[in-house]
Design a protein around this ligand. Structure first.
Ligand SMILES: *Cc1c(COP(=O)(O)O)cnc(C)c1O
Length: 219
């Protein structure tokens, strides 16, 4: 099926309150243009250089999301235009985003990446880390970032019970943090669910799904 048909099929399955991020990493700009022509305006990339190149090449009304692990020294390249950074997992990274956002005279929206998978290798924070972050003076000082939500990646497994358990644990943390509202922290976005598990993620309360291969084909 074509990119356009894939997009149409996915969109019919998404409730109105769920935002679709088209994950276009490794795909050529022609593929992104096809999705753009079909009305898609939000794209996710995980490598800064590739993200920057595609931003330069493509229409300027696209909203770009950084979805992968982001290195502090790369933030400056995307700070002028990035619309949402999904993978924030340290105060150090937040401070760098804040600094670069300030230089560009803007506020950059961020999601905290929460560790929910069983696998050892995944990046992310746990609930204790978040509580510590929220209580630290250095976090309170950040004026050019805003934490608008949480993001998580479930264990790579065909065991959907396991995946469901992980999604629900993330939703639980999300709900717990709803009561906290400050000028740089107010959660409205729960980014969870990819090609293989987005329907389950939505069942578990996702408001933003990151879908790549089901739109653009295998990488
Ligand atoms: C690649 C990627 C996705 C999309 O994965 P698919 O299985 O192709 O839908 C989603 N989120 C992150 C963080 C990714 O790196």
């Amino acid at each position: 099926m074509s990119i356009k048909e894939n997009l149409a099929n996915i969109k019919t399955a998404l409730p109105k309150n769920v935002t679709l991020v088209a994950v276009s990493k490794t795909k050529p700009v022609g593929d992104l243009m096809e999705a753009y022509s079909a009305g898609q305006r939000i794209f996710g990339e995980n490598k800064v250089q590739e993200l920057f190149g595609k931003w330069e090449a493509l229409p300027k009304d696209i909203q770009w999301h950084a979805i992968g692990h982001l290195q502090s020294n790369k933030v400056k390249h995307i700070a002028p235009f990035i619309s949402l950074i999904h993978g924030v997992d340290s105060l150090k990274l937040l401070q760098e985003i804040d600094k670069q956002a300030k230089k560009n005279n803007r506020v950059i929206d961020c999601l905290l990446q929460i560790y929910i998978a069983e696998e050892e290798s995944k990046f992310g924070l746990n609930k204790v880390d978040i509580d510590k972050l929220l209580q630290s003076d250095m976090f309170l000082e950040l004026q050019n970032i805003k934490i608008v939500g949480l993001m998580g990646i479930a264990t790579f497994t065909s065991n959907m019970e396991q995946v469901k358990k992980e999604f629900l644990s993330l939703k639980n943390i999300f709900d717990d943090l709803q009561s906290i509202k400050t000028y740089n922290f107010a959660l409205n976005t729960l980014s969870m669910g990819m090609s293989d598990d987005y329907l389950l993620a939505i069942e578990c309360g996702s408001t933003m799904v990151r879908i790549g291969s089901s739109i653009f084909g295998r990488r």
